[in-house]
Design a protein around this ligand. Structure first.
Ligand SMILES: Nc1ncnc2c1ncn2[C@@H]1O[C@H](COP(=O)(O)OP(=O)(O)O)[C@@H](O)[C@H]1O
Ligand SMILES: [Mg+2]
Length: 395
């Protein structure tokens, strides 16, 4: 197997450790400067060259894309994916995690708790937004900051407003977030690899600093995670589409809140705090999964038009409520149930004797026309008719 580590820092601790872990496992490994790839869409097959040479033969990549080269880095990762190379983190997964608003939107949509967050543009919306997240002191964050830079704790309403307006005036989009003061400057970093948390540490801010980032002087110690923290970390990484991730969580009075998920987690802090071989775990994961690159079902359907993936909700009184999957006749209608999720937990590849109950959600693959007949009728929401200005205002 040939692995390309995509990194602009070949001598950094993380890259060195990952390279050594690959060599330990007899993986043919090279470290490539992400910006020196050239994407070639002129041939029949997708291709990518490195310093003018062909790169055929790379079966897997490990992207370590820094925030400053997100756009180019993601294009390179996407091209490797088009060439069927395996990557633990896909371009979409990395993009999801890179933008703090986008990642918060995805996580909250999937019932993962985050600190109360708002995003506004209009000046008059700022005050109400701050009060919606609990008032000042309040956290203000630029969408793509890292290492604690771009995270501000505004002590009062006036400062908060001034900071937000200043940032917006220089074309920076900002989040307004509840300040989780009860975590007292400390947070949890869980290193997720595949379906395991392989290491975890607590980071504590130095002195009167509220940010616990190591780059801001934070100190680290190994921690044993509660099952709840572990579950939240795994679900966060999985929901964003990452199999290697550093999940940052605050311990609030109401349980863990996910603050951020990093797709290129540094290894030095966590390996030194825990004494664990994180690089080795990442490499084992790549070696095990190299045969299964990510695939887009929609794109792969090819000639199988009319087929797709959909979710069917079992409503109260629905014809499949209270009977078994076998009795439901779904299979005869060309519908295969991939996963049942509901009160009895999650059942992947459910057996015919699984009873379906109101409230269950069935993730299905099959004939879309057949699935449509089972989908609940969406009732149109009554909308208040708004008076529109006769001339739309330019923005
Ligand atoms: N809502 C919050 N409440 C309390 N502390 C926070 C909050 N958001 C961030 N912090 C602190 O600031 C640090 C940096 O925030 P984070 O969102 O992870 O940005 P970065 O990408 O710069 O690390 C966190 O590690 C945490 O210590
Ligand atoms: Mg962080």
């Amino acid at each position: 197997m040939k692995l390309g580590i995509l990194s602009r820092a070949p001598r950094s601790y993380s890259t060195q450790r990952l390279r050594a872990a690959a060599l330990d496992r007899d993986v043919d490994v090279g470290v490539y400067d992400t910006l020196r790839f050239a994407i070639d869409l002129s041939r029949d097959d997708p291709a990518i060259t490195y310093r003018g040479r062909d790169t055929t033969g790379i079966d897997a990549i490990l992207p370590r894309i820094g925030a400053s080269i997100t756009f180019y880095g993601l294009s390179v990762v996407r091209q490797f994916q088009a060439m069927q190379a395996y990557t633990p983190n896909t371009a979409d997964g990395i993009a999801n995690s890179r933008d703090k608003l986008r990642s918060m939107q995805i996580l909250s949509r999937h019932e993962i708790d985050i600190p109360a967050t708002t995003f506004v543009r209009e000046r008059t919306d700022i005050r109400p937004a701050i009060s919606r997240v609990g008032g000042a002191p309040v956290i203000i964050k630029t969408l793509e900051g890292t290492q604690g830079i771009g995270v501000i704790l505004a002590p009062d309403l006036k400062v908060a407003e001034a900071v937000i307006e200043t940032l917006q005036a220089s074309n920076q989009n900002v989040l307004i977030q509840r300040f989780v003061s009860e975590s007292r400057g400390s947070d949890i970093r869980a290193l997720v690899v595949g379906d395991r948390v392989v290491a975890a540490m607590r980071r504590s801010a130095a002195g009167d600093e509220f940010r616990s980032n190591v780059h801001r002087g934070g100190t680290t110690e190994a921690v044993e995670l509660s099952p709840e923290l572990r579950e939240v970390a795994l679900r966060s990484a999985q929901t964003l589409g990452l199999t290697v991730a550093g999940v940052d969580m605050l311990e609030s009075d109401d349980g863990p809140l996910v603050m951020e998920v990093n797709s290129t987690p540094g290894l030095q802090g966590i390996e030194q705090a825990t004494g664990l071989d994180v690089a080795g775990a990442i490499m084992d994961h790549i070696v095990t999964n190299v045969a299964f690159p990510d695939l887009d079902v929609r794109q792969r359907l090819g000639e199988a038009t009319g087929y797709g993936v959909a979710e069917i909700h079992v409503d109260e009184g629905s014809p499949i409520d209270g009977i078994t999957l076998g009795e439901s006749g779904l299979r005869d209608r060309d519908i295969t149930v991939l996963v049942v999720e509901g009160g009895d937990g999650v059942a992947p590849n459910p057996k015919p004797d699984r009873v379906l109950n109101a409230g269950d959600r069935l993730l299905c693959f099959g004939k879309l026309a057949a699935m449509r007949t089972l989908a609940p009728v969406r009732r149109a929401r009554r909308r208040r008719v708004e008076k529109l200005p006769s001339d739309p205002l330019p923005d």
